[in-house]
Design a protein around this ligand. Sequence first.
Ligand SMILES: NC(=O)c1ccc[n+]([C@@H]2O[C@H](COP(=O)([O-])OP(=O)(O)OC[C@H]3O[C@@H](n4cnc5c(N)ncnc54)[C@H](O)[C@@H]3O)[C@@H](O)[C@H]2O)c1
Length: 321
Amino acid sequence: MIKGKNVLVTGGAGFIGSHLVDRIIRDDPANLVVVDNFFLGNEDNLADARRAYPDLKLFRLDASDLAAMHQLVASQKIEVAFDLAVIPLPTSLSYPAWTIETNVGIATTLCELARWGNLQTLVHCSSSEAYGSATIVPMDENHPLLPSTPYAASKVSADHVVLSYILTFGIDAVVVRPFNNFGPRQNPGTYAGIIPIIINRVRKGEPVMIHGDGEQTRDFIYAPHTANALVRVYDAPATRGKVINVATGYETSINALIAMLLDVLGVPDHPVVHTPPRPGDVRRHCGDVRLFRELIGFEPPALSRAELAETVDWYLRSGNL
Ligand SMILES: NC(=O)c1ccc[n+]([C@@H]2O[C@H](COP(=O)([O-])OP(=O)(O)OC[C@H]3O[C@@H](n4cnc5c(N)ncnc54)[C@H](O)[C@@H]3O)[C@@H](O)[C@H]2O)c1
């Protein structure tokens, strides 16, 4: 249990990481530390957390820097690390080698700290992108790993590093594979997720662009549900050594998502334009949640209009577009 523990979140100023920080605070940690180099992170994402937990510590550090991380983890007496720091998919299309080096480097750094005994437990965040396009639907954790972008390859490689440290050195670790997250605080900038991009285009009166025919599907999960799932995975010792999907088990096409979003925005007839498919874009994604349900006892809820409306409301209210 988190209560009374010294907890580290890498990438904690990012989208999912900041929701995780909010969720961890509810379980009353003794010390809560965020490491983020602000590649995409934003200190404003931690405003709620700072109000709820004024002792929150934030370090601007590269989580792949082993010496710096060793010093930090030792001085803060960290016991549990949730590893969410990442260079995202779109960046990997422009800077593939750097994305791979960084993402694998972050995972390796945390594994070394666990091997040295500086961490008791590591919860490492993978991605459904590791599977590539679905060859079997729903995709369970034994689905072939068919990464179709350098980002996905970096996530697969990082997972293998964690799993190899579990097998070789017996570190206490688990790999979680979230599917497509949405919700407040997803970066709206150059490397934005689909929802902030659409809200922004509608706001500016520009047509919504869809890569390809829009029939590609994703298993959309609300980021606060992912954050809750990560904590529940940590709480359950039976999860150790495993790879576990964090998904809803429902697939939604991009066309259907956009129709729902335009409806929430009150502009159901807003123009939509199809552009050539994005290189490496996966075709179908739907997670098999049986392992999560078996180990944790529930499954994250499916995409809902209410959560989409909350997300839209947050972007419009915060002006974070
Ligand atoms: N967003 C999704 O839909 C999704 C889906 C599946 C898996 N994931 C995984 O969830 C995790 C979090 O993703 P996110 O969507 O919140 O991304 P994000 O980009 O919002 O957050 C990642 C954070 O890591 C920070 N970061 C990058 N490089 C760093 C470094 N070297 N050292 C320290 N901090 C660094 C960034 O500044 C950012 O704040 C990642 O592991 C990602 O692969 C995300």
